[in-house]
Write a protein that binds this ligand. Structure first.
Ligand code: CA
Length: 410
């Protein structure tokens, strides 16, 4: 089974992928599109022509109405799309509604409700612990018992291609020169610095988009993951390390993160990742009952980090300690309800090897060990692109949408 669309068969965008976006072309209103090969299928007129009872959900400027319909509809729409794009008899009806990717503008694909960012890579958490707290335990006592996370800023999630302006903020006060004869402590001494961040960084992550909501008081068991999560997309959690290092104790990330989070314009349906499922690397100690998960709970998704077009790292999602089903179960175990459009992200993905680290903080070991061509943190004009692939159902690899951004001056 493969697509009749020119160039789609055997590509990373064959019918085993079929990611969704919101696009516009010419002066038309933004609406839902599906990628096949290097084309976008304008789903609305095809669905209306075939009197699909959910056709109005495609005519909207966000995926939220479609996502809110729930997993039974997601499955039937996917089956319908697969039929359209594989059956030669549909070609005459469908082909007029294919548009080359180059002719369309892509928009933020969904209205972001709440945004949570986790911290699920043990390699990343260990590296950051060693860099930020060289004299303490790298992993804090809670880390192996729960997926640590925080609530981020939903309103500053931006679509791939949006320029990222270098943020300004407070930094840790400089350590004063020792005064002769003084034994004084430096704690609290001096005023903090203020200015454009000098440690602007990336975090290579995968985001999960919630479609089907829950009621307040309800929890989603790990087995309910696919009933609520519509799809995934690569995500870059831009981070200002100097702002973060000064502000994060005791309540966690704040302005060092909230200035922008970039996401791909394409949401890959969770159903497209069935062939990518792999067992977790192993959890020790065994988590509490509500975090127990049926294997395979991990995903074999291979990321690449490109700095100005050069690959500088290849983080493996399969190395993640906590699975996304565990993240969702933990996120809701207190009865917090889910809304359509909720976004939660994995946290920085890092592997065991140096060239598998998902942030410049780790690649340059806190700026102490430059990587690539003498790089530490981002400079103005830098372009960062995250891309990812996974095994697809047709035996090849499917591509997840790219997420890219260029740094502009403060
Ligand atoms: Ca993060």
């Amino acid at each position: 089974m493969t697509s009749w669309v020119d160039g789609a068969s055997g590509s990373a965008y064959d019918v085993d992928n079929l990611p969704y976006a919101v696009f516009s072309a010419d002066d038309d209103r933004p609406r839902v599109g599906v990628r096949i090969g290097d084309q976008v299928l304008d789903v609305t007129p095809v669905a209306a022509g075939e009197m699909l009872d959910v056709h109005e959900a495609f005519a909207r400027d966000s995926l939220n109405p479609l996502m809110a319909l729930g997993p039974t509809v997601w499955r039937s729409v996917r089956t319908w799309l697969t039929g359209l794009l594989t059956d030669e008899h549909e070609r005459d009806v469908v082909e007029p509604h294919l548009r080359p990717l180059d002719d369309v503008t892509l928009h933020l694909p969904f209205t972001v409700a709440d945004y949570v960012d986790f911290y699920c890579s043990i390699q990343h958490a260990t590296n950051v612990g060693r860099i930020f707290r060289p004299d303490g335990e790298a992993l804090l006592p809670n880390w192996r018992h729960l997926p640590v996370g925080y609530h981020g800023r939903a309103g500053t999630v931006v679509v791939s291609g949006t320029p990222i302006r270098r943020p300004s903020g407070q930094g840790r006060p400089p350590v004063p020169e020792p005064v002769e004869g003084s034994t004084g402590s430096t704690t609290g001494a001096g005023r903090p610095t203020f200015g454009p961040t000098r440690r602007l960084d990336i975090e290579t992550e995968l985001g999960f988009v919630v479609g089907a909501p829950t009621q307040l008081g309800e929890s989603v068991p790990t087995s309910g993951f696919a009933d609520h999560v519509f799809g995934v997309l690569p995500l870059n959690d831009w981070s200002a390390r100097d702002i973060q290092a000064w502000e994060y104790v005791p309540l966690g990330p704040f302005l060092g993160k909230s200035f922008a989070t970039s996401v791909s314009a394409w949401v890959t349906p969770l159903a497209a990742l069935e062939a990518a499922r792999v067992p977790l690397p192993g959890q020790d100690p065994e988590p509490l009952d509500y975090l127990q998960v049926a294997e395979p709970a991990g995903y074999d998704i291979a990321f690449e980090v490109l700095l100005n077009g050069e690959v500088v790292s290849r983080p493996p999602f399969s190395a993640l300690y906590w699975s996304p089903a565990q993240m969702l179960a933990h996120l809701t175990i207190n009865g917090a309800s889910l809304r359509t459009g909720d976004l939660f992200a994995s946290g920085t993905i890092s592997g065991d090897e140096r060239d598998q680290r998902g942030s410049f903080l780790e690649l340059s070991w806190g700026g102490q060990e430059p990587f690539g061509e003498g790089r530490t943190f981002l400079v103005d004009g830098d372009e960062v692109t995250l891309r990812a692939t996974a095994p697809g159902a047709l035996g090849g690899r499917i591509a997840l949408g790219e997420v890219t951004g260029v740094i502009t001056p403060a």
